[in-house]
Design a protein around this ligand. Sequence first.
Ligand code: NOJ
Length: 525
Amino acid sequence: MYQVYPRSFADANGDGTGDIDGIRSRLPYLRQLGVNAIWVCPWYPSPLNDGGYDVADYRDIDPRFGTLADAEALIAEAHALDIRVLVDIVPNHTSNEHPWFRAALAAAPGSPERERYLFRQGRGPDGDLPPTNWTCVFGGPAWRRVPDGQWYLHLFDSTQPDLNWANEEVRAEFDDIFRFWLDRGVDGFRIDVSHGMVKDLTFPDVPTIEELLETSKTTDHPHWDRDGVHEINQRWRRVLDDSRRDVMMVAEAWVSNESQPLYLRPDEYHQVFNFEFLVTPWDRDAAAIAIQRAVAAAQAVGSAPTWTLSNHDVMRHASRFGLPADTNWRTWPLTGPHDLLDAELGLRRARAGSLLLMALPGSVYLYQGEELGLPEVWDLPPEVLDDPVWEDSGHTQKGRDGCRVPLPWSSDGPSFGFGDGDAWLPQPKWFGDLSVAAQTDVPGSTLELYRTALAARAEYMSHDESLEWLDLGAEVLAFRRGSGAICVVNYGEATIDLPHGDVIVASTDVSAGLPIDACAWVRPG
Ligand code: NOJ
């Protein structure tokens, strides 16, 4: 599965923003790369306050990205190349420009229009304190007051009001949105914040750490991962099953290891993102534990594990792996890590980590540009920052723009082949050296490594879901897959011998053994 962030993938009309025609023009590239499916991040009409995760109309396409006809053409053309298409559904919140929210603001407290969202009176004698202590994921309080004195809930930016999933009208609307896209031929859905839709409608405060320690109670969180989400998952699954097509849905659910299998029960999601593997540092035992756990959890419910190292919300792994192990990269700091970055180490480990990823059973989710070994772009000047995290965090966190810089397709040109004009986020000068053109047919390039690995994955790593661990030393991670092919990663301090056999693909030159921070697949001889 290849994640396309439409704004930054390819810009066919030269306006600086990627678009559907850009994706269509690059389908042959994706075919050649060897992906089976694409997941397209939100392309709906949106003020793009949160890059499109603020949807104003779930049944249309933003004019900056194209038209519904363009989307239908993309789906048909992808299918002709045997590439399936997933769209992104954002059920937790809408944009504040959605007609429902406009109607809610125009209506009175207590009206049916307000009941589609979560409006409440504030606390304190004048109601001027937020109804709860809940905080917005991007920073600051999760409530905003409207002129008549009520407050509405927004777990993300204040332009992303949360829907009221206790309201049957909201549920029915989303059933219909699923059907709308199924009727247009999509093969599935990625569900945004799938663990957030159900709230405790008694609106308790979130306990503080101190309160939790005192009661030693594992909390029933008032808005994350509540039991009620499963009923919604099941409802959607019925809509998908009723289509009688081979379609799937994958959950973005930042939930505990114990909770994850619940989302994967046969009448719920087909897959759920495995973020434990993504956040695992470069460490042999940590990687082995994360892999083991995900494989076991998926097997227990008859599902397949998923693997991902990068997406549009996290620092690119070519940079992450080049930072000291104790760096808190998740908060997108303004300064600091940049000075500590060892870019060469990061890329070496990223190539090895990606090769490991592609040897695993289940499904691999790649994020656009990682096949070029793109690092995070650190030095975007504050005036171009677009992610709401920048404002919402009071300028204490830079946000996610550094992993969303438009892709370089050619070595020169106004936006390195992204489009005919300047890109919506500035690309660094060195982007051209990492472009698709600069890496195509270049032996040893990261792009050719991905192409070779994806072809070899289809041949050697997709026979079945089995994985047998091998003991090749304390600092070596090694396993055999159903075809007999072996994957070996060297996390140690010295080059090691590879098992006898033919090397199928390797993240670096292995003529003298497997160097540190490297991965190879071997067909035993
Ligand atoms: C998760 C999405 O991946 C992220 O980009 C977005 O900001 C939040 N959900 C809110 O929709």
